[in-house]
Design a protein around this ligand. Structure first.
Ligand SMILES: Nc1nc2c(c(=O)[nH]1)N[C@@H](CN(C=O)c1ccc(C(=O)N[C@@H](CCC(=O)O)C(=O)O)cc1)CN2
Ligand SMILES: NCC(=O)N[C@@H]1O[C@H](COP(=O)([O-])[O-])[C@@H](O)[C@H]1O
Length: 206
């Protein structure tokens, strides 16, 4: 078993790095991430967090026998941001995969440098409040962009503002609809996000 060093405490351990996936929707990215790390030697998906009781990601969590944490607005934004629950699950790293609430400063500080997000466009364009899901693809198509893509970035106190880790482009065709573009973007996300998560965690914890 390889050894992991916690970058904050410098403790060396044989335990796996435990990650939580935050998602509000269908969870196709969460599914790919869970599958990628299923038998991984150093990383494990330990918790699925959602703010939507009917989110498809919760079915994916159940199918994979993963614990879930259903969060409520009041405690998330004006309480402890569920930090105690996350620490109680031993969470060291947070992945946002279609999570639609802003991560509060308190949670950012508790996991400084250890929260990453995937955005379905080439930031800094088409980011910020209101820019999520189909709204992003609609804006890209309306602007007659010739290309779009994905941005994987660290999360800071602002929406879509953190340092970029990876951007990958794809074409936008004249006859594209938000749905056809979303499908092309999802293919990029599924191909790249698990690998980027692994690379970032390996750099930080080993
Ligand atoms: N502190 C941060 N929190 C979050 C970030 C971030 O970069 N910093 N990224 C988002 C994900 N995201 C884009 O990648 C994003 C998600 C949602 C919104 C948005 O406008 N949300 C609406 C609420 C929608 C709802 O409740 O259904 C809003 O804030 O009014 C913008 C960008 C995750 N968190
Ligand atoms: N701005 C945030 C945002 O729009 N995130 C996007 O939500 C989708 C979630 O899909 P999934 O639930 O199937 O993984 C993904 O395309 C992700 O980039």
């Amino acid at each position: 078993m390889a050894q992991i060093t916690d970058s904050k405490t410098n403790n060396v351990t044989n335990k796996k790095v435990r990650i939580a996936i935050f998602a509000s929707g269908a969870g196709s990215n969460a599914k790919k991430i869970i599958e990628y790390f299923r038998k991984h030697e150093l990383v494990e998906v330990s918790l699925i967090v959602s703010n939507k009781p009917q989110a498809g990601v919760l079915h994916i969590a159940a199918e994979n026998k993963l614990p879930i944490l259903l969060i409520e607005r009041e405690r998330f934004f004006r309480g402890d941001a569920y930090i105690q629950e996350l620490k109680g699950h031993g969470i060291q790293f947070i992945v946002l995969a279609g999570f639609l609430w802003k991560i509060p400063d308190m949670l950012i500080k508790a996991f400084t440098g250890n929260i990453i997000n995937i955005h379905p466009a080439l930031l800094p364009k088409y980011g910020g409040k209101g820019m999520y899901g189909a709204f992003v693809h609609e804006a890209v198509i309306t602007a007659k962009e010739k290309e779009s893509g994905i941005t994987i970035h660290f999360v800071d106190e602002l929406y879509d503002h953190g340092d970029h880790i990876l951007q990958v482009t794809c074409p936008v065709y004249p006859n594209d609809t938000p749905a056809t573009l979303a499908h092309r973007i999802h293919e990029l996300e599924h191909a790249h996000f698990p690998l980027v998560i692994e690379e970032v965690i390996m750099k930080k914890f080993s």
